[in-house]
Design a protein around this ligand. Structure first.
Ligand SMILES: Cc1cc2nc3c(=O)[nH]c(=O)nc-3n(C[C@H](O)[C@H](O)[C@H](O)COP(=O)(O)O)c2cc1C
Length: 207
């Protein structure tokens, strides 16, 4: 079993990375393979709403000069994922927002019923709104949200400081432990057929 952890910070070794690494190490202890992906600093296109991914082979994005298609395929193949973001103005970092829009527009049908968790790392405030913003994608993608004892948050400013946040470190351990448990439950129930995907009724509020 494999879990992808996406670091939505442009800082590859910042606090978001350190928080995700705690979760990755705890998953590894349980025998679960992990890979931490970096959003990086090269920029991620925003979704232009062209709808091409709906008809293209493999439902991939028309933009091929950023990390989206490569990472979306890795996430499709993974058994679960953890998305981490630094808190920027009480929201996720900009490139991660661009990534999430396109990852879920292209791939949410591949993500159905996979377990997923959000992680938000702040200096002081805004982690809850950021966590909720990340988890919205999981809710709309019919994913299984990993239960947590708080909001998947950690606190720190200078790189690595989050490791001094004992409570935040515990949240990462709990996310990993509960993710590992959900993966085992899914493995045990792999022969139970998944509910069929429904065609969406789109009312657009027109009556
Ligand atoms: C543009 C920008 C906006 C930020 N906004 C907030 C904020 O709203 N609340 C907060 O507590 N920290 C804020 N921070 C601080 C970061 O969330 C914090 O330093 C975090 O640890 C960075 O994670 P990283 O090291 O993984 O990049 C902001 C930082 C930047 C660069």
């Amino acid at each position: 079993m494999k879990v992808i952890l996406l670091n939505g910070s442009p800082r590859p070794n910042g606090n978001t990375y350190h928080a995700l690494k705690l979760a990755a190490d705890a998953l590894n202890v349980q025998g679960i393979e992990t890979e931490i992906l970096q959003i990086g600093t090269k920029g991620v296109h925003g979704c232009i709403g062209c709808g091409s991914c709906a008809t293209r082979e493999n439902h991939l994005c028309v933009f091929t000069d950023d990390v989206l298609n490569e990472y979306a395929v890795k996430m499709r193949q993974a058994d679960g994922f953890i998305i981490g973001s630094p808190v920027y103005y009480a929201a996720m970092a900009g490139d991660l927002k661009c990534f999430m829009d396109r990852a879920f527009y292209t791939s949410s049908s591949y993500f159905r019923f996979k377990p997923a968790a959000g992680v938000a790392v702040a200096r002081r405030a805004g982690a809850v709104s950021t966590f909720n913003q990340i988890e919205n994608y999981f809710a709309l993608g019919e994913m299984l949200r990993v239960p947590t004892i708080y909001w998947g948050d950690g606190y720190g400013q200078t790189p690595g400081q989050v490791e001094q946040d004992a409570e935040g470190c515990q949240h990462m351990q709990v996310i990993a432990r509960n993710m590992a448990w959900l993966l085992q439950v899914l493995q045990a129930g792999k022969d139970v057929p998944k509910p069929e995907k429904q065609t969406k009724i789109r009312t657009n509020f027109i009556r």
